[in-house]
Design a binder for this molecule. Structure first.
Ligand code: HEM
Length: 192
């Protein structure tokens, strides 16, 4: 297949990867909201399945698709432009924030939510599920992804691209400090 036919197809797959990434972030947000409200192990386990089980499949698959197709688009038409290099570095940043901010914490909580542990969640576990870093990690990654989508659309210079990602990271970190509206369960736990 020649490049004129293949290029739009690969671009389509690249954009599909971006949709997948946004879907993974949305699922993580829904799962995290459920986990923050859970007071019983079985509830927490269900939300954990959404927040981790699905996300851990969808996010790497989407990132892989974005990367492979992005490299093809770059090699065939664009070359190493500033906005592309910054986007590549942003993918690494996304992985690092996801692993350090969320992955490590969830890996610790996961085994404690095993099917054997039915009944009310311990205070420690509830506190771990409401760790504010989980929210900051999620919002920062969302802001960076939106920043990269801006780079992809506007294709600015390297300096502007870097500024966009730094600004997006700062906005995400700040947004992470805004608490979610507390549910009745959380308020009760806070008083008790
Ligand atoms: C979070 C990561 C990324 C997202 C969400 C994303 C999303 C997008 C979107 C929506 C477009 C379409 C823009 C348009 O056609 O005007 C696009 C284009 C493009 N992307 Fe990405 N991308 C990401 C990362 C990357 C990476 C890492 C590379 C390179 C290795 C890359 C290479 C490209 C290229 C070369 C185009 C231009 C295609 C064209 O306009 O013909 N992208 N990207």
């Amino acid at each position: 297949m020649n490049t004129t036919v293949l290029y739009p197809l690969v671009l389509f797959l690249h954009i599909l990867g971006a949709f997948g990434l946004i879907a993974a972030i949305t699922l993580e947000a829904i799962g995290l909201r459920g986990l923050r409200r859970a007071v019983r192990s079985d509830d927490a386990l269900m939300w954990f399945g959404i927040s981790r089980g699905l996300v851990l499949r969808l996010a790497p698959a989407s990132l892989g698709l974005i990367l492979i197709t992005g490299l093809y688009l770059t090699a065939t038409a664009w070359g190493p432009k500033g906005w592309i290099l910054v986007a590549l570095a942003s993918l690494v940043l996304l992985a690092v924030i996801g692993a350090l901010g969320t992955g490590i914490r969830m890996a610790r909580v996961g085994p404690a939510l095993g099917p054997a542990s039915a009944g009310p969640l311990s205070d420690d576990l509830q506190r771990a599920l409401r760790d504010p870093i989980l929210l900051t990690s999620l919002r920062t990654r969302l802001a960076i992804v939106l920043g990269v989508v801006f780079l992809m659309s506007a294709k600015p210079s390297a300096v502007v691209s870097l500024l966009v990602v730094v600004l997006a990271t700062a906005i995400g970190l700040l947004a992470g400090q805004i608490p979610l509206r507390r549910s009745r369960n959380e308020l009760r736990a806070g008083v008790g």
